[in-house]
Ligand binder design. Sequence first.
Ligand code: FAD
Ligand code: FES
Length: 245
Amino acid sequence: MQYKILPVEKIEKIRTNYIQLTIKEEEWASQCSPGNFFQIKAVIDSQNRRLFKPISIYKVEENYISFLIKVIGEGTRALASLKSGDKLKIYGPLGNSFPLVQDSNILLVSGGTGYPPLAYLKSKLDSSNNILFLDGGASKDDIFPCDYAYTIDGSFGIQGMVTKDIAEFVKKKSFDCVYSCGPISMLKTLAQIVNPIPHYVSMEAYMACGLGVCYGCVIPTKEGYKRVCYDGPIFEAETILWAEL
Ligand SMILES: Cc1cc2nc3c(=O)[nH]c(=O)nc-3n(C[C@H](O)[C@H](O)[C@H](O)COP(=O)(O)OP(=O)(O)OC[C@H]3O[C@@H](n4cnc5c(N)ncnc54)[C@H](O)[C@@H]3O)c2cc1C
Ligand code: FES
């Protein structure tokens, strides 16, 4: 897949360390599904040696695709330094997508940078679904609109991990389906708590090509090693060998 060089349509700093970046690309916007991601990098001289960064789709509105990005290192800092009209190298949409259900009781659980794909998924789930959305992060800057928020430092919502009350919710709500995205430790804990409810996880991994070529992003599953970028990033939780991660 060939990357395109596109201008940044809009870029906003929405928290101390988060930006929302929007591009306009009609054909790609029509191909996006929740769970897909793009490989992105800023076109600036000092960036030329760096890898593309995998970033999930956050919103798709008509021909516009938006990303919610936490600034944590060099690559995301370079993206955050861009202004409207500056150029990006970008390719996608990549990976598989979350299966969509109807008439169901659904639990969404995100942690940290796991929020964007679940927010996009929520916008696509049929309105007949009954959805409970839990979001967790280190502190209040990591929290975005949801039903219940959890922060490690207690600066917003309930103090503790996002998985803290899930066993209680599971007892009360009889969920038909769980979707999650976040750090491996969170996904692992969640998978144990919600088992045997069908559970789809979006896995994070270090990526290089993002196209299934380099095998730099593999995870162990019951069917052997799978590439997060190409076979995923969405997997059924029961297929992953969590103890080996
Ligand atoms: C499929 C997928 C979708 C993603 N979607 C989003 C998104 O929507 N929004 C968003 O903000 N981020 C998302 N990420 C994470 C994002 O790709 C990384 O934060 C980014 O690549 C960091 O690049 P950097 O150069 O700024 O930092 P680096 O210099 O590469 O890393 C800075 C620090 O973060 C750690 N780190 C970097 N990448 C990862 C990773 N994948 N897993 C665990 N630790 C890591 C490094 O160990 C280091 O300590 C996604 C990742 C994947 C695999
Ligand atoms: S990043 Fe190259 S195979 Fe996944």
